[in-house]
Ligand binder design. Structure first.
Ligand SMILES: [Zn+2]
Length: 478
C-alpha cells in the first residue's frame, strides 16, 4: 500500500474510527469518511444535548428514589412470596403510569422457600450458661428437628481446611469462619473467594459427617447483622441445616472456643421448601422507531432476600432501569431501536426468571443487541462496562466525554450478570454501569438493606448513565 494512502487512512481512522478502505477507492471513500465524520460530530452534539437535559431533570427530580420506594413498599420480596407477587403488580402499574409500550408480565415457575416460625441459636458453655447468637437460616436450607440440634463445634476457615482435617467433624456443627479478605481493594473479589463456604458449606459439612453448619456472614463489617444468601445441596449427599452468623458473633464464638473447645451450640430452624408457585418477569418498552425488533435491554431483579427490603439488592437495579426509561420519555427522545426494561423474578434462588425470559415465546423475531444488568446496588457510578470485543468498546468510547459530568471516568470491557447470562450465551453483548463497590456488602442480604440505606443522588446518577448509554446504543446499533 502506498505511503500516502496509508497516511490518509491512518488520519481517517484516528478521527472517525472507520474501517480500512481499498486503495482504488480512496478518494470516494474520503468523501464518505468525511460524511461519516460529520454524522459522528452531529450525533455527538445531539447526544450531548440529550444527556444534559436528562442529567438536569434526573438530578432535580430524583425519580429513581421515588420508584425505589414503590418497589420496596411491599417489604421483603422473597421469590414465591405474596410480597413478590405484590411487587409484580406494582411494577406493572408503574410501567403503565410511565407510558411505556407493550407493558406485560411473563410467567415464571419458581421455588418457594420459607423461613418459618422460628430460628435461633445459642452457645451453651455450661449448665445454665447460654449466650444467644445472631443467626439467619441460609436460603434453601432444611430446618432442624423442633427441639433443635445441640452439638459441639468444629471451627475451620475454608472448605479446603475442612477437607484436609481428615475427620473430627462427625456429629458436630461445622463453623466456617473464613472472613472476606480485607486486603483486596475490590469487595466483590473478596466475596467471590469467601462465598463457597455459604454455597457449598452444607454439602462439604455433610460429607464430613457434620450435623449442621454455621457460616460467618459475608461482609467486612463487624456488626450484629447476619447476612443470608443461597446455599445448595447435592442430591448425592445428606441435607443438613445451614445458617449464617453475624460477624460480631462469629468472632465471639471463635474466642469462646479458644477458652472452652468443648462448648455446645444449639441451633433451631423452621425453614423449609414449599411447592413451586407461578410468578412473573415484568417487561415494558420504549418502542424503536426504525428497528422495533432490535432490543437494548436494561434489567434488574424484583425478588429479594427477606431480612431487609432488598433496596440495594436489587430494588436499586429495578429503579435504575425504570428511571432511565422515564428520563428518556420525559426528554421526548425517540430511540431508533427498542429500549426495554425487564424486572426479572428469582435472581436470588437460581436465576429462573432470566432463563424463562431468554427462551420465552415472546422472544421470537426479537434480536437482543445489548443487555445491561444492574445488580450491584444504588451507589455512585464510576465506569461503564461493555462486552462484545474491541469494536463495541471503541463505539462507546467515542462518546466517553458525555459520561464525565456524571462522574464516570472510563468505558471498560466487562458487563454481565445472572439474569442476562442466558442472553449472552446466545450472542447478546453484555453491559453494565460499574458502581462504587465499597459499601455494598455492608447491606447485602441483611436487615440493613432498606431504602434509607440508598442515597437518592447516587442512585439517580446510575439511572442517568444507563439512560445515556442505552440511548446511544439504540441510535448507533452495535
Ligand atoms: Zn441481586
Amino acid at each position: 500500500m502506498p505511503t500516502l494512502t496509508r497516511f490518509k487512512e491512518t488520519r481517517i481512522r484516528k478521527r472517525c474510527g472507520i474501517v480500512l478502505l481499498p486503495a482504488l477507492a480512496v478518494l470516494l471513500s474520503l468523501t464518505s469518511a468525511s460524511h461519516s465524520c460529520r454524522h459522528r460530530e452531529g450525533a455527538f452534539a445531539a447526544y450531548q444535548e440529550a444527556t444534559e437535559s436528562i442529567r438536569k431533570r434526573g438530578l432535580q427530580e430524583e425519580g429513581a428514589y421515588e420508584i425505589l420506594k414503590k418497589i420496596t413498599a411491599p417489604g421483603p420480596r422473597l421469590t414465591g412470596s405474596p410480597q413478590a407477587a405484590r411487587a409484580v403488580e406494582i411494577t406493572l402499574q408503574l410501567m403503565l403510569d410511565l407510558g411505556l409500550d407493550s407493558v406485560h408480565a411473563e410467567t415464571v415457575a419458581v421455588n418457594q422457600w420459607v423461613r418459618g416460625e422460628f430460628e435461633e441459636a445459642a452457645v451453651i458453655s455450661g449448665p445454665g450458661e447460654t449466650t444467644p447468637l445472631s443467626i439467619s437460616a441460609l436460603g434453601g436450607s432444611v430446618g432442624t428437628p423442633a427441639q433443635g440440634i445441640t452439638a459441639p463445634v468444629f471451627e475451620v476457615t475454608s472448605l479446603d481446611e475442612l477437607r484436609s482435617t481428615g475427620g473430627g467433624a462427625e456429629g458436630k456443627i461445622v463453623f466456617f469462619n473464613g472472613p472476606m479478605d480485607r486486603k483486596l481493594a475490590d469487595p466483590f473479589a473478596a466475596y467471590g473467594r469467601a462465598a463457597d463456604q455459604r454455597v457449598r458449606g452444607a454439602v462439604e459439612g455433610a460429607k464430613a459427617g457434620a450435623a449442621a453448619v454455621l457460616v460467618r456472614s459475608l461482609t467486612m463489617r463487624i456488626d450484629g447483622f447476619p447476612h443470608t444468601g443461597l446455599m445448595l445441596y447435592d442430591p448425592a449427599v445428606a441435607q443438613i441445616p445451614a445458617a449464617a452468623v453475624s460477624t460480631e458473633d462469629a468472632e465471639m464464638l471463635h474466642r469462646m472456643l479458644l477458652e472452652n473447645p468443648s462448648l455446645l451450640v444449639r441451633l433451631r430452624l423452621s425453614c423449609r421448601m414449599l411447592e413451586p408457585v407461578t410468578s412473573a418477569n415484568v417487561v415494558g418498552d420504549i418502542k424503536g422507531t426504525d428497528f422495533p425488533d432490535q432490543i437494548i435491554l436494561l434489567g434488574g431483579h424484583l425478588d429479594s432476600w427477606d431480612l431487609g427490603t432488598g433496596a440495594h439488592d436489587d430494588g436499586a437495579g429495578c429503579a435504575h432501569a425504570l428511571e432511565a426509561l422515564r428520563l428518556l420519555g420525559e426528554a421526548g427522545l425517540k430511540p431508533r431501536r427498542t429500549i426495554r426494561a425487564v424486572m426479572f423474578m428469582d435472581e436470588e434462588f437460581g436465576g429462573t426468571g432470566g432463563r424463562f425470559y431468554a427462551r420465552a415465546e415472546e422472544r421470537r423475531g426479537e434480536k437482543h443487541l445489548v443487555a445491561f444488568e444492574s445488580d450491584r446496588g444504588g451507589f455512585s457510578p464510576l465506569a461503564i462496562a461493555i462486552g462484545g470485543g474491541p469494536g463495541c468498546l471503541k463505539k462507546l468510547r467515542a462518546y466517553a466525554p458525555l459520561f464525565k459530568p456524571l462522574g464516570i471516568r472510563e468505558i471498560i470491557p466487562g458487563g454481565g450478570g445472572v439474569d442476562i447470562a442466558p442472553l449472552i450465551e446466545s450472542g447478546t453483548v453484555p453491559a453494565g454501569v460499574i458502581l462504587d463497590p465499597q459499601r455494598y456488602f455492608d447491606y447485602h442480604h441483611s436487615a440493613r438493606d432498606v431504602a434509607s440505606a440508598v442515597h437518592p443522588r447516587e442512585l439517580e446518577l446510575g439511572a442517568i448513565a444507563l439512560a445515556v448509554g442505552a440511548f446511544i446504543l439504540a441510535q448507533e446499533g452495535i
